[in-house]
Design a binder for this molecule. Structure first.
Ligand code: AVJ
Ligand code: FE
Length: 370
């Protein structure tokens, strides 16, 4: 790290890009262009979208420059183009894609030299370097989306993925912590980077509750399958011997019963909690209990909460990040997974998805009224 804030930003942008490129290094162009699932984009779309988002915010909006190709933005608009249509779009591919990514980055660094990112900068996009933090978070979040897709790529092997998976904790459970009734401050404070949906920080009164110290393990989930006939997580297949194996990335790997379960839907998570005589925590309970919890950051944890605006919500800097997704159709996930870069997973960070989705690295932890 360096003391010069602009050099520090440039360095972090470079690190995020290195991670992006490391993830795709084992793949050829044909694999980057392949649609593996209707609910995920081809990797080439994520790459072009990462660069186009950067061009839009750091070059056009902040730098006041014209777009390099007026048409491109349309194909990389996530709202206009549902994931299942992204394979047919005339997106950038192969060498053209790589040079667009590099050209945008060159312009980004030129613009960075000309602007004022002081803590009290007049433009809220620049204050405390907000728009750069947003860009970094965006690329790193898309790294996780890419890792979701990479689970579907047969033969994909990466030292980075192996290293991250090797950090999976054992989650012995069920050890619980009681959080007494009281008022808890929920959401991100005024200072520091956060998305609009994490603000404003507000008090929430919670009844006393008990919550597991660790997320649910594979072994515990297997008990639910045996006892209640529950569906397996995504990528699990029978091993032919009454047990289960993990087929993600086309392997046939043993399932470690002590690791947190992932790739379960909200319905599966909710069913587990009820089977265990418990329930899913609300996202407010999760955040209030966060200082006491182990195993955070290895699986996203489904909560009982719908993805809704906090009191006083104001869309910033664009309504398509959060606001258009508010409503009862999306459930909130908290925590972070092995595929989440640690800088993304603040205690106030809110993830969301449709309850039936399992391609995300989603597990759960149980709670109950105390
Ligand atoms: C917060 C993971 C639900 O992928 O839809 C990426 C993150 N938003 N680009 C998503 C996001 C815009 C978002 N999630
Ligand atoms: Fe995006």
């Amino acid at each position: 790290m360096t003391a010069n804030p602009k050099a520090a930003i440039a360095e972090r942008l470079a690190e995020a890009r290195e991670r992006t490129l490391e993830l795709i290094a084992p793949l050829d162009d044909a694999q980057l262009n392949t649609v593996f699932s209707p609910i995920l984009s081809p990797l080439a779309w994520d790459l072009g979208h990462i660069a186009n988002f950067e061009e839009l915010w750091l070059v056009q909006t902040i730098g006041g420059r014209e777009s390099m190709d007026g048409e491109l933005g349309r194909f990389y608009d996530a709202i206009e183009n549902p994931r299942k249509t992204r394979g047919e779009l005339p997106i950038l591919r192969d060498a053209e894609l790589r040079s667009y990514m590099a050209d945008v980055r060159e312009r980004t660094l030129e613009v960075l030299e000309t602007i004022d990112i002081a803590a009290d900068a007049e433009d809220p996009l620049l204050r405390e370097g907000f728009v750069y933090e947003m860009l970094l978070a965006h690329e790193l979040q898309h790294n996780e989306t890419m890792l979701q897709l990479l689970q579907m790529v047969p033969g994909y092997e990466s030292a980075l993925v192996e290293d991250l998976l090797a950090l999976q904790p054992s989650v012995p459970g069920p050890d619980t912590v009681v959080v007494p009734a009281g008022v808890h401050e929920i959401g991100a404070g005024e200072r520091g980077f956060a998305y609009d949906n994490e603000r404003g920080r507000h008090p929430v009164e919670l009844a006393a509750f008990e919550i597991d110290r660790t997320p649910v393990s594979n072994g515990a989930y297997i008990e639910l399958m045996k006892d209640a006939g529950a569906e397996p997580p995504l990528y699990w297949e029978p091993d032919g011997d009454g047990g289960w194996i993990d087929t993600a990335r086309g392997r046939r790997a043993a399932i470690d019963p002590s690791h947190p379960v992932v790739h379960v839907s909200w319905e599966q998570a909710d069913a587990f909690a009820r089977w265990a005589g418990k329930r899913l925590p609300s996202e407010q309970e999760w955040e209030a209990a966060r200082p006491h919890l182990d195993g955070v950051g290895h699986a996203w944890e489904w909560t009982a909460s719908d993805f809704l605006a906090y009191p006083g919500f104001k869309a910033f800097p664009y309504p398509e990040y959060s606001e258009v997704f508010f409503g009862p159709e999306h459930k909130v996930l908290r925590g972070g997974s092995w595929a989440t870069h640690p800088s993304v997973a603040r205690p106030s960070f809110r993830n969301w998805d449709l309850p039936q989705r399992r391609q995300i690295f989603s597990g759960l932890r149980c709670a109950r009224d105390a």
